[in-house]
Design a protein around this ligand. Structure first.
Ligand code: ZN
Length: 696
């Protein structure tokens, strides 16, 4: 019998996969992985080919198919899918633990590292072996059987809890709706938001809803929440929406507060079992930054340089409100008045820009830039393909000789009813020589690129906010690193084996191009008239880049410190709760004290259900590196076509090519010729305008 979940070589037939295929499919995969693993253990492997190749094949078999299930869990969530996912998760973890905790394999890795063969290994092989050993140690290979039992129970429990944490957020968002019917309540709202909220109303059963006549349904989903807070004149509705937003998943049916507590306790117990002082130390042991204190040093440095700027920013917003006799600003007033100040200072408005950023033009501009910088051509695959949703597209990447290099799926629009919020890149398969279909022929990488941007409404294409454009560039940067890798060992190709705090370099590097005039000219074309975006708009966009950067930086510092602090605390040994920690970090980093009902940590999915535990700082850490890398382009002049092209190729040959085969610092130095510093980031964010020697 054919099971579409596991019966595919290059691309899955997504529309044939039924929830009923998942359990039998995963069981088959687990059984054959188990069999291969037992054979490997018994074979006493001594060479790379005997040991590491089969290991890669086992890991790939599982991650390729289980990855497909988690992908669907993220983009096509349903009660049935959740049930089967939760049911299987335990067995998947059990097998992964067994693989990572194998004493026989661990001894074999150590022997291989000591063998004569080792000195002939290439850099990728050496790094793979080193991280496999480290990973086995972090997975408890050195524990006695009692401890290992405890370790495994903790892992199982953690997997369940982290999944529940993210499902609770999804459900809490789904359950919250405000239906408005009175035209007075929509005063100030931009047309795109009226279209979106009327469209939601239709889905909710108001079949006659129209953008001009209503009713309109408000949700906590970002494409609705953000513009509503910026534009609604109804202070009462803003307050209602804001309060629901900051306290989501913090009580009742979807309460995450106790789950968060339990997750932290379990992580600390795990860290202790492995001989670490706390989970932050464990997490940092496999990152570029190495120790929490190094991270704190950077975050406090950023706090100190942004605090006064942020205070000034708040003052200017309050001054504008005062001029309008508004009174003292509350949290739910700030986005509204900040947007008015932005309009006044820069004469620019998110909504005015949207018509110039329809998705098809933005993509065309992005692909043109990629061709210029990295020498790749990207074409949409127009054959009939099989997808998980009608809006998904498949693109293929070629080099300039039309050699196929990689492919990626784009799932652009928000679907709060079944798709997790935010944007991310994931791997369907990675580059690998031993997993190629024929001998000596490499398997080409395929990526998923998932965004949650404004969907097309009213017969228009998706008209993107500038923030959505930046997000698209960001995720595409991740995809490029996955797709343009030249490393043939699957365990270090693309984003594999890259330290977590270095993994945002390529993505943030790409975001910088959204502020390049030449690039903006290519992206920005009016969706109806095809008119290029006016130069005056570009001027304003560039000027507005650093608007509220003090506040934004403080917010990121706040998240980074909160994450680190939570993971350094033994909750069972102190009277401080996670909420107390949140409040303490808020006092250290925020200008305006938070609302009493603020339970941000209950929806901090990055650290409780994503991979960012004691790693949220990675964004700022790699922003330092990516800004410094981008500064190399600025130094030669962004319109200096020939040299930009050469430097782009160098970027491709280092950051995009080397994957996890080298230490990230070494990759950086190979590109930049020196170690990184924070000057470029400070300049980009406007936190220092000019360095005395002018060298930034
Ligand atoms: Zn990212």
């Amino acid at each position: 019998m054919i099971n579409p979940l596991i019966d595919w070589k290059i691309l899955p037939r997504f529309d044939e996969i039924k929830t009923g295929n998942i359990e039998p499919g995963v069981r088959i995969v687990l059984a054959r992985c188990e069999k291969k693993f037992n054979e490997l253990e018994e074979a006493n492997p001594t060479s790379w080919e005997e040991l590491m190749d089969p290991l890669e094949m086992i890991e790939d078999d599982l991650s390729r198919h289980w990855g497909l299930v988690s992908h669907l869990h993220h983009v096509k969530n349903s009660p049935e899918l959740r049930d089967v996912y939760n049911k299987l998760l335990g067995d998947v973890i059990k097998f992964t633990n067994k693989l990572n905790q194998s004493q026989n394999l661990y001894k074999a890795y150590l022997n291989l590292q000591k063998s004569d063969e080792f000195k002939n290994f290439n850099d990728a092989q050496k790094r793979i072996l080193k991280s496999t050993i480290h990973e086995a140690e972090l997975n408890g290979v050195g524990l006695n059987s009692e401890e290992r039992k405890e370790y495994n129970q903790i892992s199982q429990k953690l997997a369940e809890l982290t999944t529940r944490f993210s499902n609770n957020i999804l459900d809490a968002i789904k359950a919250f709706k405000i239906t408005i019917t009175s035209p007075e309540q929509i005063i100030g709202l931009p047309t795109t938001l009226l279209e979106l909220t009327a469209d939601t109303a239709k889905q909710e059963g108001h079949s006659k809803a129209t953008p001009t006549g209503g009713p309109w349904v408000l949700t906590l989903d970002s494409p609705c929440f953000i513009p509503f807070m910026q534009h609604s004149k109804s202070r009462q509705l803003r307050k209602k929406l804001y309060e629901a937003y900051i306290s989501k998943a913090s009580d009742g049916e979807w309460d995450n507060s106790l789950i968060a507590n339990e997750i932290i306790n379990l992580r600390q117990a795990k860290a202790k079992l492995l001989g670490f002082k706390n989970f932050a130390d464990l997490s940092l042991s496999r990152k570029m930054a190495k120790t929490p204190s190094k991270v704190q040093k950077l975050l406090y440095e950023l706090r100190d340089s942004s605090r006064t700027v942020a205070e000034e920013e708040l003052k200017s917003i309050q001054t504008l409100a005062d001029k309008n006799n508004f009174g003292k600003l509350k949290h739910w007033d700030i986005p509204y008045w900040a947007e008015r100040l932005r309009e006044k200072q820069y004469e620019i408005n998110d909504e005015e820009l949207r018509p110039f950023f329809p998705l098809p033009h933005v993509l065309a501009g992005l692909f043109e830039l990629s061709e210029k910088l990295f020498g790749v051509k990207i074409k949409e695959n127009i054959e009939r393909m099989s997808f998980w949703n009608k809006d998904v597209k498949l693109f293929r990447v070629f080099d300039l000789n039309n050699q196929h290099l990689a492919s990626f799926y784009l799932d652009p629009y928000s679907r709060p009813e079944e798709k997790q919020g935010g944007a991310w890149m994931d791997s369907l398969v990675g580059r690998s020589i031993i997993l190629g279909s024929d001998k000596g022929k490499v398997r080409l990488p395929v990526a998923y690129m998932i965004c949650n941007q404004s969907k097309p409404v009213g017969g228009k294409p998706s008209l993107m906010t500038f923030r959505e454009v930046e997000t698209l560039f960001h995720e595409f940067g991740h995809c490029l690193q996955h797709m343009l890798t030249t490393i043939d060992q699957g365990m270090a190709s693309g984003i594999s084996n890259v330290e977590w705090d270095a993994v945002e370099i390529a993505s943030q590097f790409m975001e910088n191009w959204c502020y390049d005039r030449g690039t903006l000219r290519k992206l920005g074309k009016h969706f109806e008239t095809n008119q290029p975006i006016p130069e005056s708009f570009i001027d304003k966009l560039l000027k507005a880049r650093t608007y509220r950067e003090g506040t934004n930086t403080l917010r990121q510092v706040n998240f980074g410190l909160l994450d680190l602090e939570i993971h350094q605390t033994q909750l069972s040994e102190t009277s401080e709760t996670i909420l107390d920690i949140q409040r303490r970090i808020d006092r250290e980093t925020l200008i305006l004290p938070p609302q009493e009902s603020d339970r941000f940590y209950c929806s901090f999915s990055h650290i409780f259900s994503g991979g960012y535990a004691a790693g949220y700082y990675s964004y700022k850490w790699s922003e330092v590196l990516s800004a410094d890398a981008f500064a190399a382009f600025e130094e030669i002049g962004l319109d200096n076509e020939d040299e930009i092209k050469q430097l782009g190729h160098k970027f491709r040959e280092t950051f995009l090519s080397l994957g996890g085969s080298q230490e990230p610092l070494k990759v950086f130095v190979a590109f930049r010729g020196r170690e990184p510093n924070t000057k470029a980031l400070m300049r980009h964010t406007g936190l220092i305008s000019q360095l005395p020697n002018g060298e930034a």
